[in-house]
Design a protein around this ligand. Structure first.
Ligand SMILES: [Zn+2]
Length: 288
């Protein structure tokens, strides 16, 4: 089961997640190549981990805008464990680099931004340059540069020979404000030596077991919560109608001439079909 576990130990907190099921579902929906699956899976897992410290109804969006062949990658995640993702060119495949999927090359150079939607105030966006395009390193830098939070981030997606997702998961570990020098060096050591997340996930580790692996040098470990994770898209027929209502008059007119419209959601692939009569009703509603 896909799950996110929050835990603390001494002056450290960790968020760890298993996302094998939801990455597999999204890869299928977007017909991703192995490379596309790894890149999108890492961004979605990173978004879920970063959303973990938001409040209940809050959510965040990670946008990776690189100049590589995969194009733009976007993931929306909420604190209650829902995530959806989009990748501009999911079909792109590249030769392996040292036996590994070339995610950094697929992403390229550019910018990574994180927007938090708290519902109360205007959304807050932070941006930093893509460092390697491998996503975990980029999020580590983002958290340090944009949010002044030193963190260790691990993300992994293991894709089998037939393109199926064998395992996916990740963690974010952070020293709490005022953590001791000892804590910082213990964390550094852990991050340098910990096994890849995809390998732990493949061995059947739960989110909690990954968290305990990250916290292995510490005592006084507590699980704060475990949240079930799932792919979920917020699109609906109603929202799609609202988008049609914002079209320019001549664009709506063209759809009516075509006799129908089909709107496809970029995030989940769901298709919404509108008949001519329905389009005429929309035009009447907006006073066209
Ligand atoms: Zn959708």
């Amino acid at each position: 089961m896909d799950c996110l576990c929050k835990a603390t130990a001494e002056d450290v907190r960790v968020y760890a997640a298993i996302t094998t099921g939801l990455v597999g579902e999204v890869a299928k929906r977007h017909r991703c190549s192995m490379l596309g699956t790894a890149a999108l899976g890492r961004v979605m897992t990173g978004a879920l981990l970063m959303a973990a410290n938001l409040k209940n109804k809050e959510c965040l969006t990670i946008k990776v805008q690189g100049d590589g062949p995969l194009g733009k990658i976007v993931a929306d995640a909420s604190a209650d464990g829902a995530v959806r993702g989009y990748i501009a060119h999911p079909e792109v495949e590249l030769p392996l680099t040292n036996g590994k999927l070339s995610v950094g090359q697929g992403v390229g150079r550019g910018f990574i931004s994180v927007t938090r939607f708290t519902g109360l105030k205007e959304p807050v966006t932070g941006t930093c340059e893509i460092f390697s395009g491998e996503i975990a390193e980029d999020l580590t830098r983002y958290l340090f540069q944009s949010e002044q939070t030193p963190s260790g981030v691990g993300l992994g997606v293991l894709v089998g020979k037939n393109g199926e997702v064998e395992s996916a998961g990740g963690f974010i570990v952070q020293p709490m404000p005022g953590a001791s020098e000892e804590t910082l060096s213990c964390l550094e050591n852990t991050i340098a030596t910990i096994r890849p997340v995809s390998a732990m996930a493949k061995d059947g580790f739960s989110a909690w077991e990954i968290a305990s692996e990250v916290l292995s040098g510490f005592s006084d470990i507590h699980i704060l919560s475990e949240t079930e994770l799932a792919f979920r898209c917020q699109c609906s027929r109603n929202r799609t109608e609202e988008i049609l209502e914002t079209l320019r008059k001549e664009d709506l007119e063209r759809l009516i001439e075509d006799g129908q419209a089909e709107v496809c959601c970029d995030f989940c692939g769901e298709k919404y079909h509108f008949t001519k009569e329905e389009l005429l009703a929309i035009r009447a509603r907006i006073g066209g």
